[in-house]
Design a protein around this ligand. Structure first.
Ligand code: CTP
Length: 425
């Protein structure tokens, strides 16, 4: 059994660490916790102990604890040390090699890899002193995840400083535990401290991201149509996530019940043909994500007037015509017009990954996000999604996440892809 030591610093994000403990334990990882003095201002040792099911260490000079399990043992018995939230003060003391409390003493004594998830006010994060400490710690081999951009706990404050989401941290932890030390390029969750050039530009600043979302409605007559169960939640969440990372976003959506995401240019369309026209008009784009559940067929000749039911007459036969494949059309554009990264979705009920792989190569798509929409998966209209990311490099099975988390992970991954391709030019 793998064992991590989670050091919980003093920040409002400490509450997320409770969920982190739960998620890690669900994956069969044992979690021991050190709660700093600051951390205890936000959550209690009792709560941490109840969730981790282990003694919570709080003080270097707790003789009882020293007898039971000293800081050297805590340090030695961990396969990975996570610092979450890593406050500005904790990072400063780590960078200096302090050992005047249990957390820093453990960090100095451990030979295990250390993963820090910083969380602080954006001004504190961008301060030269913090950036200097982060650079020093990275040079010392500390891994970082986040911080992310977004709203702060303080009213009206936004910027980079939010602790990475639990759904981002968990796969990174698993990866580090597996010893795949390709963490910098690996699973791909955005590490803002690396992807962001000094000066605080958001990772997708200056980029155009195009997203399709929702179902399409294909008219039978002026009052009836063919549709599907897509809610648009996943596509809209992707548009919002791209906007948060600084992109200019165009969202082209079929009819949905949910609100337009803020700060995003939204075009509402009805049919697949309208969606294709809107997509073509919105190009060029750096990234295009096709999350819409486009109807594969339309009624070849929709009736101009309402089709009437005539007594004794047979029901009308619907003659269907195939709709354009918007994803394939864009993915197969000439390089000059084609977005650098084209991402499709594959909603499957059987052989999810195999079908997605086939779709990826048939449609010339870079990445396919495959999701299981079989009965009971609750994907349609639901809040959660279990997806597999299919790329030319292979298949990644992502843990079950909310649609917002899938969106953040996918867009973070796309931002990294673009950043890397700039570096390699
Ligand atoms: N798609 C599209 N235009 C279409 C059909 C699908 O852009 N006319 C896109 C979807 O937005 C999605 C991907 O293609 O990103 C896969 O759609 P899906 O319905 O899962 O697959 P199909 O290609 O329609 O194949 P099948 O219905 O046989 O599974």
């Amino acid at each position: 059994m793998k064992r991590v030591l989670l050091i919980i610093g003093g920040g409002i994000a400490a509450y997320k660490s409770l969920d982190l403990i739960r998620r890690l334990k669900e994956r069969g990882i044992a979690v021991r916790c050190v709660l700093t003095k600051g951390g205890q201002e936000f959550i209690t040792p009792l709560a941490v102990g109840a969730i981790s099911n282990e003694h919570v260490a709080t003080d270097l000079f707790d003789l009882n604890a020293e007898r039971e399990i000293g800081h050297i043992r805590l340090a030695r018995e961990a396969d990975l040390v996570i610092v979450a939230p890593a406050t500005a003060d904790l990072l400063a003391r780590m960078a200096q090699g302090h050992a005047n409390d249990l957390a820093t003493a453990v960090l100095l004594a451990t030979r295990a890899p250390v993963l820090a998830a910083p969380a602080m006010n954006p001004a504190m994060w961008t301060h030269a002193a913090t950036q200097r400490n982060v650079k020093q710690l990275a040079a010392d081999g500390v891994e970082f995840i986040g911080p992310n951009a977004g709203e702060m706990a303080e009213r009206g404050e936004a910027g980079v400083g939010r602790m990475a989401e639990v759904a981002e941290i968990v796969p990174r932890v698993e990866q580090l535990l597996e010893g795949e030390d390709e963490a910098r390029g690996g699973f791909g969750f955005i590490n803002v401290s690396e992807a962001r050039p000094p000066g605080g530009r958001l990772p997708l600043a200056g980029r155009h991201v195009l997203v399709t979302s929702g179902p399409t409605h294909e008219p039978i007559d002026p009052v009836r149509y063919i549709a599907n169960r897509s809610s648009g939640k996943q596509g809209h969440a992707i548009a919002a996530a791209a906007q948060k990372l600084g992109a200019r976003v165009t969202l082209i959506t079929g009819p949905v019940e949910i609100a337009d995401p803020e700060g995003v240019a939204v075009q509402h369309v009805e049919t697949a043909q309208e969606m294709l026209a809107a997509v073509e008009a919105a190009l060029p784009a750096d990234v295009a994500v096709f999350a819409a559940a486009v109807a594969d067929w339309r009624v070849a000749a929709a009736a101009e007037g309402k089709i009437k039911k005539a007594k004794g007459a047979p029901p009308p036969a619907l003659h269907l015509a195939e709709n354009p494949d918007i994803l394939a059309t864009v993915a197969k554009l000439k390089p000059r017009r084609r977005p650098q990264l084209v991402i499709g979705f594959a909603a499957e009920t059987d052989s999810v990954v195999e079908n997605a792989e086939r779709k990826r190569s048939a449609k010339a798509v870079d990445w396919i996000v495959a999701n299981d929409v079989s009965q009971g998966s609750g994907v349609f209209g639901g809040e959660r999604n279990t997806v597999h990311l299919v790329t030319a490099q292979g298949v990644e099975n992502w843990p079950q996440m909310s649609k917002t988390e899938v969106a953040a992970a996918l867009i973070g991954r796309a931002a990294r892809y673009l950043a890397q391709s700039v570096e390699s030019v």
